[in-house]
Design a protein around this ligand. Structure first.
Ligand SMILES: [Ca+2]
Length: 275
């Protein structure tokens, strides 16, 4: 009986030794070898809402420091095989990756990304983004050369609406533009439009037309600079989420009878949807 116990004990000991040997096959010596991390990669995918999934990889890496942009002070630490998400506004960014091993060795990689979260509906530059505009109430529309190509709008052309060019207009005079491809909202419900007028406090009303269901939706914003392009942001009512629209109407100096004078000349351009 004692011999049998001895044999079983020896067998168990051998089993333990065998399993220990198996563990030792997971060689992590490269982490402490003093050789700097190599083969760095930074894979970035961005969805239409601006949410980026950032996946670093490399050889001989214990951890990654991910700096989302040039302004990041404290990096996000990601372990090998992991990833991290970050929400960007539309724009250009440089992501910086520092891969570290356990002995202080590190390697840096940077990657430039452009985040686009909008769709251009109208920019008056190409036929695909220039549509016929129907005016009403005493407004006159023209597509013209951009008279002020400095600042935020360096493009060649823009739209011009003059309210009451014949000397009188309704307070609600404006234009309607119908687009070829309907646009819809998923989560943000935002429109942006660049405008130019000769005074601060000019009222621009943006109205979404031809809804897939429910009623039209409108939002007004006022200018904050004079004689320069500025971009107005129209955060539409949340009811637009999940609906599509076939066009929009634009009213400058909404609520005021126009007389065709300089105060009623409005330029507009770069109409974008941020779904
Ligand atoms: Ca333009």
């Amino acid at each position: 009986m004692k011999n049998i116990k001895t044999i079983i004990s020896a067998f168990l000991l051998l089993s333990v030794l065998a399993s220990c040997k198996k563990v030792s096959n997971d060689d992590v010596s490269f982490l402490t070898s003093g050789v700097a991390p190599s083969d760095l990669r930074l894979d970035v995918s961005v969805n239409p809402a601006g949410v980026a999934t950032i996946t670093p990889s490399g050889t001989g890496v214990a951890s990654f420091d991910v700096y989302f942009d040039a302004a990041t002070q404290v990096p996000e630490v990601v372990l090998p095989g992991g990833n991290v998400s970050h929400t960007y506004l539309e724009g250009d960014y440089t992501i910086r990756l520092i891969a570290k091993n356990l002995t202080g060795g590190q390697t840096t990689l940077t990657k430039n990304i452009s985040v686009v979260t909008s769709t251009m509906l109208v920019d008056f530059e190409t036929p695909a983004t220039t549509y016929g505009a129907g005016t009403f109430g005493g407004s006159v529309f023209a597509q013209i050369s951009n008279p002020s190509t400095g600042g935020i709008n360096a493009s060649a052309n823009c739209g011009q609406i003059i309210k009451g060019l014949s000397g009188w207009s309704e307070t609600w005079a404006g234009i309607t533009i119908n687009v070829t491809n309907r646009f819809s909202f998923a989560s943000l419900g935002r429109m942006k439009m660049k405008v130019y007028s000769n005074h601060v406090g000019g009222v621009w009303l943006f109205k979404l037309e031809n809804p897939s269901s429910g009623g039209t939706v409108e939002k007004s914003m006022t200018t904050t600079v004079a004689n320069a392009w500025e971009e107005l942001t129209f955060d539409m009512d949340p009811s637009v989420i999940g609906r599509s629209f076939g066009g929009f109407s634009i009213f400058n100096e909404f609520g005021t009878n126009g007389d065709g004078s300089a105060n009623f000349v409005g330029l507009f351009d770069d109409i974008k949807v941020y779904p």
